[in-house]
Write a protein that binds this ligand. Structure first.
Ligand SMILES: Nc1ncnc2c1ncn2[C@@H]1O[C@H](COP(=O)(O)OS(=O)(=O)O)[C@@H](OP(=O)(O)O)[C@H]1O
Ligand SMILES: Nc1ncnc2c1ncn2[C@@H]1O[C@H](COP(=O)(O)OP(=O)(O)O)[C@@H](O)[C@H]1O
Length: 241
């Protein structure tokens, strides 16, 4: 998010004054053919309008009417490993950033690097998700929206987030296990099938499908760019009118 600095406001004020006063002086000169009158009008106009503009701005700063607060939201991407969460969430993030709203991207790989000593048992995953929900909550207190992509495999883990954060939008990124195995650029399915990874979602642990997702993306039918567009339009319609 950008803040208008004082120096930028002053520069804008000066350039606008040159344009506006130049226009007034030209009109006076065209009508009356008197250069002294045109210059005098220009000087008087500058003095009067600089003061009046300042007062006008001060009054409007106190008026709340017509201002709209953008409520922070959390886009919660959930789905099997390799279903396409990161790919689509990154595209949505790029699109939403262009709207100049305060927004953060939180992906499982970054958080698991940051908090490495946590495993994948149900108990550990729930503990992990509570920390993430707390992080989203803190960002929301500062009006920052979030795009989070985690497996979020249990109904219980998604409920934790829904109860802790405002405006939670579940995006279920759907793909069959067979398809995810084909996409396995991380080699995690291969390892899980060999028994080298325990409690692997979809292989040796459950993925409880969301029953009330706000958005469902079937990645075997919809391309990443189309999916990002659907999600972007949903956000624009419901949160940034
Ligand atoms: N046992 C097990 N189960 C599921 N996933 C595993 C496991 N071990 C490692 N991985 C890799 O870690 C990613 C999932 O981590 P998450 O933090 O999103 O999981 S969770 O939400 O806490 O359940 C997930 O990455 P994504 O592919 O980004 O989903 C896996 O590649
Ligand atoms: N329709 C699709 N949507 C998203 N990803 C897709 C799609 N079709 C193929 N893929 C590929 O599947 C892989 C998904 O990986 P990734 O986004 O890291 O998934 P996840 O974050 O769910 O583990 C990527 O290589 C991506 O290019």
């Amino acid at each position: 998010m950008y803040k208008e600095t004082n120096i930028r406001s002053i520069a804008k004020g000066i350039t606008w004054r040159i344009v506006a006063t130049g226009t007034t002086m030209s009109i006076v000169y065209i009508f009356f053919g008197n250069i002294e009158l045109a210059v005098a009008t220009g000087i008087l106009e500058t003095i009067a309008k600089v003061g009046l503009y300042w007062a006008h701005e001060k009054v409007w700063q106190k008026i709340r009417w017509g201002r709209k607060k953008i409520e922070p939201f959390n886009l919660m991407f959930t789905g099997l490993p390799l279903s396409g969460k990161t790919t689509i969430a990154d595209l949505v993030y790029d699109k939403l950033q262009k709207l100049d709203i305060p927004i953060e991207r939180i992906d499982s790989k970054d958080i698991r690097e940051l908090i490495p000593n946590i495993g994948y048992s149900k108990e550990e995953r729930l503990k992990h998700i509570k920390r993430i929900a707390h992080l989203i909550q803190t960002l929301q207190k500062n009006s920052i929206s979030t795009i989070t992509s985690f497996v979020f495999p249990y109904k219980e883990s998604r409920k934790i987030v829904r109860e802790m954060v405002k405006n939670n939008i579940v995006v279920y990124v759907k793909a069959s296990i067979e398809e995810c195995k084909k996409r396995d650029y991380k080699g995690v399915y291969e390892k899980a099938l060999k028994g080298e990874i325990e409690n692997f979602t979809g292989i040796s642990d459950v993925y409880e499908e969301p029953q009330h997702a706000e958005i469902i993306i079937d990645t075997e039918k919809i391309k990443p760019e189309e999916a990002a567009d659907i999600i972007y339009k949903y956000i624009k319609k419901n949160y940034i009118k």
